[in-house]
Design a protein around this ligand. Structure first.
Ligand SMILES: [Zn+2]
Length: 79
């Protein structure tokens, strides 16, 4: 069971998020690496998702102080 099977685009897209989060089993991760090195369309999809996540992360980081602020404001209101 150690040999890698070529996966198709449908399978690759199903695994994309787990791949980004590095949650795939070793051989499944390698199958993704293999597919992405050969498939331009899945590779650009990967890049797109990565960038999107980065933006989302930045957006949440920026929002965090505001959320905290309103939480504190509510607490103060209860007193
Ligand atoms: Zn593909």
């Amino acid at each position: 069971m150690s040999e890698n099977h070529p996966i198709d685009c449908e399978e690759a897209l199903k695994r994309l998020f787990e791949y980004i989060d590095r949650e795939l089993d070793g051989h499944k991760h390698e199958e993704m690496d293999d597919h992405l090195s050969r498939c331009r369309s899945c590779y650009s999809r990967l890049e797109f998702e990565k960038k999107l996540r980065q933006h989302l992360k930045q957006a949440t980081d920026e929002k965090a102080p505001d959320a905290l602020h309103s939480k504190i404001a509510k607490l103060i209101h209860k007193l």
